[in-house]
Design a binder for this molecule. Structure first.
Ligand SMILES: *Cc1c(COP(=O)(O)O)cnc(C)c1O
Length: 367
């Protein structure tokens, strides 16, 4: 990856960031707004950082139409830290929670939550992810503190195209890999969590959007850095936040606003994923996606090369030739193999068109 020319980055996370944002960061790196120092070197209690903190919150509120009775928090510990935080902050009410496990990340979240209370799986764990059981077959508990699901399973390529009906039980959703890629009605959720490093920034900051009335009941054992109530009270500067990550995230959020907001991202996401899925259809299963059609992700698209079972030799060749064309991070997650293309907001339609061209050309030679 030596050259400074822009690569085609299909990585699952950390992932591609908009070039304009990176240039802006570069310009400000040695002297933030004529201060003669980097933002990295400034106090998290400075007026400069306070503005970034507030601007980032406001941008999220505006982009996702977050209602006034929801709080927006910036935390550390990644998506994985939020798995524990969700349980420690929200499970106290009844001591149990419902989990819809549709893949790797919701599976990990359920396992983490089980350390803090009773976890009910609303449907049996599938041997092989790739589908979501019909909602009518789910076993929901009216006594659950919340219903948890992962909107988009980044590893497996499974996405919810609807919001489950939980009756009166608050819904907690992991949107790490789909946040800002589609319109969501935030008022349907009790809590939304998302690591920034997929769609909205660098690693190091996790966004939590939480309905106000769910605050105030953390478990006694909850560390203060994971305590939503406390972090909210301190406006996300309880201790030193990942200031640089929040700073870059704020710029990405402004970039999304400038480029048409979430509606434009959603439109582009539909176009980009259609390009790739259409190419698979055209290839007569030479490129083949193992996921049920109705739950296929628009964001993380796994596929096999050489037929539905995949041919590992061809897949290795595919990755090798892709890299020669500066197409990087296409290797499938180590747990599922094959290829995975991640089409986050910063990945352009032109990037995907280049990938599709390469796929067609590859099939001509090896198909
Ligand atoms: C990446 C990811 C996570 C884990 O994030 P970390 O910051 O690595 O802990 C959790 N959930 C989803 C959906 C993800 O894509």
């Amino acid at each position: 990856m030596g050259s400074s020319q822009s690569a085609l980055n299909f990585g699952a996370g950390p992932a591609k960031l908009p070039r304009e944002v990176l240039s802006e960061v570069q310009n400000e790196l040695l002297s933030f707004k004529d201060s003669g120092m980097s933002l990295m070197e400034m106090s998290h209690r400075s007026k400069e950082y306070s503005k970034i903190n507030n601007d980032a919150q406001n941008a999220i509120r505006q982009l996702l139409n977050v209602p006034d009775n929801y709080k927006i928090l910036f935390m550390q510990g990644g998506g994985t830290g939020a798995f524990a935080a969700v349980a420690m902050n929200l499970m106290n009410r009844t001591g149990s929670a419902d989990y819809a496990v549709t893949g790797t990340w919701s599976g990990k979240a359920a396992k983490e939550a089980a350390k803090y209370g009773k976890v009910n799986l609303v449907f049996p764990k599938a041997d092989k992810p790739g589908s979501i059981p019909a909602e009518s077959t789910w076993t929901l508990n009216s006594n659950a503190s919340y219903l948890y699901y992962c909107d988009n399973e980044t590893v497996d390529g499974v996405e919810f195209h609807y919001i489950p009906n939980s009756k009166d039980v608050p819904i907690v959703c992991d949107m790490s890999s789909s946040i800002m890629t589609k319109h969501v009605d935030v008022s349907k959720f009790g809590c939304i969590i998302g690591g920034a490093q997929k769609n909205i920034g660098p690693a190091g900051v996790t966004v939590v959007i939480i309905r106000e009335d769910l605050l105030g009941n953390p478990m006694q054992i909850c560390p203060s850095v994971f305590d939503f109530t406390h972090i909210n009270k301190e406006n996300s500067v309880h201790n030193t936040p990942a200031t640089f990550s929040v700073y870059v995230m704020e710029k990405v959020l402004q970039w999304i606003k400038k480029n048409g907001g979430v509606a434009a991202m959603e439109k582009q996401s539909a176009e980009k994923s259609k390009l790739l899925y259409d190419a698979m259809i055209q290839s007569n299963n030479f490129f083949s996606c193992p996921i049920d059609e109705d739950v296929r992700s628009r964001i993380n698209i796994p596929f096999r090369v050489g037929g539905p079972q995949g041919n590992e030799e061809l897949e290795a060749k595919f990755l090798e030739e892709a890299e020669k064309l500066k197409m990087y991070q296409l290797k499938g997650h180590r747990s599922v193999g094959g290829i995975r293309a991640s089409l986050y907001n910063a990945v352009t339609s032109e990037d995907v068109t280049s990938l599709v061209k390469f796929m067609e050309e590859f099939k001509k030679r090896y198909g």
